[in-house]
Design a protein around this ligand. Sequence first.
Ligand code: ARG
Length: 705
Amino acid sequence: MTSALRFLMCPPDHYDVDYVINPWMEGNIHKSARDRAVSQWQQLFQILKDLAIVDLIQAQPGWPDLVFTANAGLVLGNTVVLSRFFHKERQGEEPHFKQWFLEQGYTVHELPKDLPFEGAGDALLDREGRWLWAGYGFRSELDSHPYLAKWLDIEVLSLRLMDERFYHLDTCFCPLAGGYLLYYPPAFDAYSNRLIEIRVPANKRIAVQEADAITFACNAVNVEQTVILNKASDDLKTHLAAAGFEIIETPLTEFLKAGGAAKCLTLRVTEPVQQDLHAIATVESRAIRLEGHLLDSGLINRALDVIVEGGGSFQVLNFNLGEQRQSTSAADVRVSAPSHPVMEEIMTQLIDLGALPPPQEVCDINLQAVTQAGVSPDDFYVTTIYPTEVRVECQWVKVQGQRMDGAIVVSATPAGPIAECRLLRDLQVGDRVVVGVEGIRTVRKPEARDQRNSSNQEFSFMGAGVSSERRVELLVEQIAWDLRRIRDQSGKVVVVAGPVVIHTGGAEHLSKLIRQGYVQALLGGNAIAVHDMEQSMMGTSLGVDMKRGVSVRGGHRHHLKVINAVRRCGSIANAVEQGVLTSGVMYECIQQNVPFSLAGSIRDDGPLPDTEMDLIKAQQEYSRLIQGADMILMLSSMLHSIGVGNMTPAGVKLVCVDINPAVVTKLSDRGSVESVGIVTDVGLFLSLLVQQLSKLNRPYSLSVS
Ligand code: ARG
């Protein structure tokens, strides 16, 4: 014994692997050899006794993991925060540890029931005593950290554990004397790694490889310049030696079978208090309210997942369950996050789900002025497709021009405050932009059970499954019905189409839809127009004869000839007027006065005189043409469809048809109930649609006769 340093250990008299509460215990039930366990423990005990005083707590039958005294509690000075075990298998250890601490004269703090915290297994003091590192994610709850800060009057830095093999902080993290840190970075999430890197300079960080991590090299006991551990690679030994540490390896393989090693088997009970340092709890919390069909629609699960997956924690303060199928529920949830940036990230996602701030709490959003044209202040709120409202002067103001991926600009007018969506490139110096997440809400339609089941899914036409074909037919019937209704009510349908529409033989059907007044605007690129006109003027689409389905000799030149012909005319409209173009999709657009916009791209041949090669102008044109749309049919054009999706607010029915399921998923997965995805051949889809519409048009008398 060389110092007044004290440790607590517990002899392994009743140690065994009796149950599985971590991945190391799996397959190891009753597999640890008693004699070997005892001798390994004895060796560690002897090594430690040479360096410090070792107190013992009596082993207890029925509590095999009591040997892991690191989990007794967390000591600082004369105070201890007792563990509250996550698993019932270990909860019976609590009274034994409590009794020991009380007998030794410690002030014992106990956390509220159901707030797990596993002591020094999950909370490690910086060896200089400057702060406390506290882990969460598996055993200890983030919400326990503010209690640690308060009771121990120390700054707590929360670290999120991500790998279940390293379920306690001390399995992958070991602060060492002199400000060094031995740790396994992949066990932590990105925020935690950043926090570690901010607090511990690079030359003090000793990162271990996986091979060392899985033999519990980080589960080390550090007494001044000595580091005691189960096993270390030569590489790690070299690193530690270079940092001035002496390594003592002592095999603890029998305890590894329970998921513990040197550090777990010990608890340092002398931890001096630093008088000049005080509590800082970086854990933030905030209340939100969720309303709607919380259970039926799965909204509550999604919200809680967002919190936990985002690195936060929650407490449900109040849950008011609607009892009838039609009645909505409401929940008040307290969200906590380890730091402000993490909180903002989580809150943004919750707002997108429709979370509301507690009533009346926030009177004004945070605004920051633009100082460079086209550049927003950092931390701006990024808009979504959902109707959004912001608090200005204690009122909710609806955001105009809703679209996704914009910023919100708030301005004062004589008629009151206005909020609008603005693209970054359109921001002017002096515009005031909403930053942070305070005072913002999105309005989501309550989504009910039946809606969730019938929409927002893709259906495979060609794929396996007997019912899918009928399923597509049903969808087509529904879409035809909507198209008819929209036309009869003088509504607006926008079609976004790629050249595949032409290649798959859809041109005649799309032309028909336009001719019959079902389409109010057409959006595409250079290619759809080129191939449509190629088919109309030369009978081929990209050189393939559309009647016989075979390549035509020299056919690959056809589209250039067409482009040339249209360029000679000066525009598609002129080509129609001069009788050069006499049928097809573009022809019908001109004839029916249906506006179209062709957005250019790097691969365009020509381009056609009508193709807009300035992409910003093309985006503006698209956005103008979709204003007021009731329905948008997206036909096999991934890029144009995604572009359109970004500009379109929720509430507009989107129908996305593509043979590639990934495209359909990407587009119909807007989380809004109005979007439908159909995986099928687009030519086939259009032909079914036209057929269905003609059925609808048939006079009633015909179907009864
Ligand atoms: N079997 C024990 C458990 O899963 C091992 C505890 C190891 N202790 C530690 N501080 N890492 O809880």
